[in-house]
Write a protein that binds this ligand. Structure first.
Ligand code: NAI
Length: 465
């Protein structure tokens, strides 16, 4: 644990700030610090935008939008009076669209940094002493920097479990490679049924790949509400995906995966194997160990102000291994900068929403039934079906999906919201405001929801209390 230090006072404000990493943690920290008056330099060894813009959130959303369009026409088109003579998948164009959007947004980050007066340098940073960083630029020129404060925002990489054959197999890809395949595989085995595995499964299954997900736990989607997971499984299976749960991958051979479960040993032939078995914080090459910066399983240890144990050094985003989400990194960046510039702030991970962007979408915030039980909270659980929303039904005639609300009887406020259905990623921030503000339910009752919207289902759930 990092000891909480006393708040930075006015005189200790950092005047020069170096940010290492140009992903959501790094560029938000750099822009925020510059806006608050610091002289800021940002160093990025690859492309600005980090995992989110180059190989994560944004490119996958492009691919998933193509997938959703195809699925909508195939599944709902005829019922809604739109008949087509088959849907043709133009795989190279799907990838080209994704590349174009990614390029626009990464260029946008460069422009934003410039507009806010941040000096952006391409190069690789290495600590040589606390608050002394050497940057090697692409032409080999080295520059030593001695800022008042350093923010590490170095990101994460794919975890590779010790499965025999996995590294040697050219058919085995990670989520980065999966974004830019030249040809669409006919079959794919996905190792890991977490967020990345499910989003990839949804994309590939929608555009014509036969997908099998192998997950070692008894359920997919990690700690997501179990009822939502059951609905997801049912829906994904209808979409043509296969699942092997409680399954242990024994080996990856040339174009097949060998796994075992309670019924024995099995082998699945496949064109591609996609590994999505988690991500790990990555500060390799930064020389943080030599400075005595505390690490835990490769992640930089931070406190609620994003401080490391070394004065003058903060760490935000995936590299601290807390909640590997771009929006967590944004908030951590704000907290770190506020702290270093003398403004009181602290991170609260309990109110950060999470989303799975498959069809259907999943969006959750706050306590789950299990975590509420573990904390001894007296919660009432209510569940409103999505079909109560006229708009939802108009667009999804089969109308599955629901909004589950957890109400803390003692404190008379909503402590958790879990939704599955279309648009829920766009509604969850309202639920996050309820959970964060702890507003008593009689105040929430006075909020007027526009009609007809899918968000009305939250109001329907509130009525059930
Ligand atoms: P994850 O931790 O969400 O899921 C990995 C899954 O792989 C787990 O269910 C685990 O039990 C399983 N697994 C691990 N080893 C295995 C093995 N040998 N055989 C079978 N199953 C195995 O990690 P994931 O999906 O790779 O995502 C990484 C990070 O990226 C997460 O922190 C996630 O939150 C973030 N992310 C968030 C997105 C979003 O917000 N929509 C989208 C994509 C990623």
């Amino acid at each position: 644990m990092v000891k909480e230090r006393s708040e930075t006072n006015g005189q200790n404000r950092a005047k020069t700030v170096l940010v290492i990493g140009g992903g959501p943690g790094g560029y938000v920290a750099a822009i925020r610090a510059a806006q608050l008056g610091a002289a800021v330099t940002l160093v990025e060894k690859e492309k600005l935008g980090g995992t989110c813009l180059n190989r994560g959130c944004i490119p996958t959303k492009c691919l998933l939008r193509s997938a959703e369009l195809i699925r909508d026409i195939r599944e709902h088109g005829a019922e809604l009076g739109v008949r087509t003579k088959g849907v043709e998948v133009d795989f190279p164009q799907i990838i080209a669209h994704k590349n174009q959007i990614t390029k626009t947004l990464t260029q946008g980050v460069g422009a934003l940094l410039k507009m806010n007066g941040v000096t952006s340098i391409q190069g690789e940073a290495v600590f040589t002493a606390p608050k002394t960083v050497e940057v090697t630029k692409p032409d080999g020129v080295r520059e030593t920097m001695t800022p008042d404060a350093v923010i590490i925002a170095a990101g994460s990489g794919n975890a590779v479990p010790p499965i025999p054959g996995i590294k040697e197999n050219p058919c085995c890809i990670d989520s980065t490679r999966a974004l830019s395949l030249e040809t669409l595989p006919k079959t794919m085995v996905i190792i890991g049924g977490g967020v990345i595995g499910l989003e990839m499964a949804c994309y590939f299954a929608s555009i014509g790949t036969k997908v099998t997900v192998i997950e070692m736990l008894p359920k997919i989607a990690g700690s997501t509400d179990p009822e939502i997971c059951e609905l997801l499984m049912r829906t994904y299976k209808k979409q043509g995906m296969d699942f092997c749960l409680n399954a242990r991958v024994e080996a990856v051979t040339d174009r097949s995966v060998v796994y075992s479960d309670a019924s024995g040993r099995h082998e699945i032939a496949c064109g591609r194997v996609l590994l999505s078995a988690g991500r790990r914080a990555d500060v390799t090459g930064l020389n943080v160990e030599a400075l005595g910066i505390a690490l835990e399983r490769g992640a930089v240890v931070t406190d609620r102000q994003m401080r490391t144990n070394v004065p003058g050094v903060w760490a935000v985003g995936d590299c601290n291994g807390k909640l590997m989400l771009a929006h967590t990194a944004y908030r951590e960046a704000e907290v770190a900068v506020n702290d270093m510039l003398g403004k009181k702030d602290a991170i609260d991970y309990s109110i950060i929403p999470s989303v799975i962007y498959t069809t259907p979408e999943v969006a959750c915030v706050g306590e789950t039934e299990q975590s509420a039980r573990e904390k001894g909270l007296d919660v009432q659980v209510v569940k409103a079906p999505m079909a109560l929303s006229g708009r939802y039904l108009a667009e999804n005639p089969k109308g599955t999906g629901f909004c589950k609300l957890l109400y803390d009887r003692k404190n008379r406020c909503v402590v958790g919201v879990h939704m599955v259905g279309s648009y829920v990623s766009e509604i969850i921030y309202g639920a996050a405001m309820m959970v964060h503000s702890k507003l008593p339910v009689q105040h929430l009752d006075k909020i007027v929801f526009p009609h007809p919207t899918v968000g009305e289902v939250v109001r329907e759930a509130l009525f059930l209390l």
